[in-house]
Design a protein around this ligand. Structure first.
Ligand SMILES: [Zn+2]
Length: 103
């Protein structure tokens, strides 16, 4: 998956989450901050661009408070995004399941 795709996915998921949880559009302050952080991490990530992981790998390089927030966003938004981005989301959910097995 390309970096821009990951970025787009992250943005879509955070927007969905914020709209449902905080009733803000496009994003409230803390969600905008979260997206900025995720985007920065994606840009700095040294994993190969083709690896489907990265922003779905909060354990890997995220700050611990951000890690919790992004996990919550994922848990909420990922299943709901299946309708709009099925292939993208199936990949991500598979990865998320793997991630949760270690928790
Ligand atoms: Zn929000």
């Amino acid at each position: 998956m390309k970096r821009e795709d990951k970025q787009k996915t992250a943005q879509a998921l955070i927007r969905l989450y914020c709209r449902a949880k905080h009733q803000k559009q496009p994003l409230c302050g803390s969600c905008a901050e979260l997206l900025r952080y995720v985007t920065a991490r994606l840009n700095e990530c040294r994993l190969p661009e083709e690896s489907s992981t990265c922003f779905m790998c909060p354990d890997y390089c995220y700050r611990s408070d951000v890690r919790e927030s992004i996990r919550e966003v994922m848990r909420f938004s990922a299943p709901r995004s299946l309708i709009h981005h099925p292939i993208l989301m199936i990949k991500h959910l598979r990865h998320l399941r793997k991630l949760h097995r270690h928790l």
